[in-house]
Design a protein around this ligand. Structure first.
Ligand code: TYD
Ligand code: MG
Length: 456
């Protein structure tokens, strides 16, 4: 038999070459040619007739019966909330976050709560020895929870062990970067190892009905280390965020095949591990006293839940012609540049000789566009050194034209502000008058607001 001819296929453009080259001659991509064992190439005519020979299947209507996925509560309300109501059996979840943010703590607490309800939970640590995990559990007051614990990194050993008895209800793998599959070459943590290990573990979850939770470390640029493809392989991606120097932690869903991604879970890291925070507004607004310039309270919305946060701005006039700094913590720097530009171009305020610092108190991160108006008010207040009244909140979206646009769920935001004792609100013009005990001052344009704040 003739020796099969070697062929090399470009992984980028798909062109086929007869010899390996560093650069694809068709698309000019580097290192994209990979030897393709090829197998038998079906003759052209047969390949093009895919209209017969397959197995026919039934197509169904959108209104036919659906089996709702079986969910398991973690016993931690904030965790369940971020997951859309609990962990789905047979699903795979990836929890990403910076090292030391509290991923292991959160999962150990959830594992213990689930095990205490009589469900079988396996916690596999690839990072810590079993004694270390046990000590942590003891410190958390969970030393007697019937979690089954092991320190292991070989995916083959793990699957062999888990395959011996009935499948557990929950399997925690801490972390996927420490796992090793002997099906392929390479050190743990490399792209191919992470992908292969996750693939095998996920297959086990799907086949056995065990819920799988993978811990993933996050690199400096904020993405989960390992291939992006990991995010495509799992059903749910959660990120655990917060500043290590602050106690607040937020669990946020970035992807969820079984629910929405707009609810967050809020926690505080304390002596006894992670405590649930049922009322985040009260937490983020701890030290409110006298009104100071540059501080404005913004009623943010996370999913359906309002969270009041303080926005702080500071401006420092520069004497020389040095380029002034703009530094932002907790908000988008591009959005800050936009608000500064609108304040300059539409309202005649100049920040060009001032350094600008913007901070969201408590280590909170805002993505809600309704923060524009509160940020603008904080900047004007900082520049003019005139405080915005401490009993006021502000929200609204600012357009490049300087117009103030209404935002979603104004009513919810106002209700939360009133509940926490605020008396006034600076809002888009469509919300004039009084509502739920709050005096509303509406503005059509940013210019009107600036004039109001400067007392013109
Ligand atoms: P950990 O769960 O190990 O983080 P990760 O798994 O994301 O790397 O959390 C470690 C940090 O949490 C550590 O710096 C100490 C702190 N911590 C507390 O403040 N209180 C506690 O009860 C525990 C267990 C940890
Ligand atoms: Mg850890």
């Amino acid at each position: 038999m003739a020796k099969p001819k070697r062929r090399y296929v470009c992984q980028s453009c798909g062109s086929v070459q007869s010899r390996w080259q560093g650069q694809c001659p068709d698309c000019s991509g580097w290192n994209t040619l990979v030897e393709d064992s090829g197998g038998v190439v079906t003759p052209f005519s047969a390949r093009h007739n895919l209209r017969s020979g397959g197995t026919a299947f039934e197509l169904v209507g959108l209104d036919s019966e659906v089996a709702l996925p079986e969910r398991m509560s973690t016993g931690i309300r904030e965790f369940d909330r971020a997951m859309g109501g609990g962990i789905v059996a047979g699903s795979a979840t990836l929890i990403g976050g910076d090292p030391g943010i509290g991923k292991s703590t959160l999962l150990l607490q959830a594992a213990a709560r689930i095990a205490e309800r009589g469900l079988d939970v396996a916690y596999i640590s690839g990072e810590e020895a079993t004694d270390q995990v046990r000590l942590r559990a003891r410190r958390l007051g969970l030393g007697s929870a019937p979690v089954r614990l092991a320190a292991a990194t070989s995916v083959r050993d793990i699957l062999t062990t888990l395959g011996e008895g009935p499948p557990p209800a929950l399997v925690v793998i801490d972390s996927i970067q420490t796992m090793h599959s002997d099906l392929i070459e390479g050190a743990p943590g490399t792209v191919s190892q992470v992908r292969a290990s996750a693939g095998e573990l996920i297959r086990f979850a799907k086949e056995s009905g065990a819920a799988l939770v993978l811990v993933g470390h996050v690199t400096k640029d904020g993405s989960i280390a390992g291939p992006r493809v990991l995010e495509h392989m799992v059903d749910t991606v959660l990120s655990f965020e917060g500043e290590r120097s602050h106690q607040y932690r937020i669990l946020r869903a970035a992807k969820n095949r079984f629910g929405g991604t707009d609810e967050i879970g809020v926690f505080a890291m304390g002596e006894g591990g992670l405590d649930e925070v049922g009322n985040p507004s009260a937490l983020f607004l701890t030290h409110r006293g006298e009104a100071v310039s540059g501080a404005v309270v913004f009623p943010a919305l996370e999913g359906t839940r309002p969270v009041l946060v303080e926005i702080q701005a500071l401006t420092v006039r520069l004497a020389s012609g040095a380029t002034p700094r703009r530094a932002v913590v907790g908000w988008d720097s591009g959005r800050l540049a936009m608000i500064l530009a609108v304040l300059e171009a539409r309202c005649g305020l100049s920040f060009s000789t001032a350094e600008v610092y913007l901070n969201i108190a408590g280590g909170y991160r805002i993505v809600d566009p309704a923060a524009d108006l509160a940020v603008a008010a904080a900047l004007v207040s900082a520049l003019s050194e005139r405080p915005v009244p401490a009993e006021a909140v502000a929200f609204g979206e600012v357009a490049l034209s300087g117009e103030i646009r209404p935002v979603a769920h104004g009513g919810l935001r106002l209700k939360e502000a009133a509940k926490l004792g605020f008396e006034r609100a600076i809002v888009p013009a469509s919300l004039q008058g009084e509502k739920g005990g709050l005096a509303l001052t509406g503005f059509k344009t940013l210019r009107e607001l600036v004039e109001h704040l400067l007392g013109k």
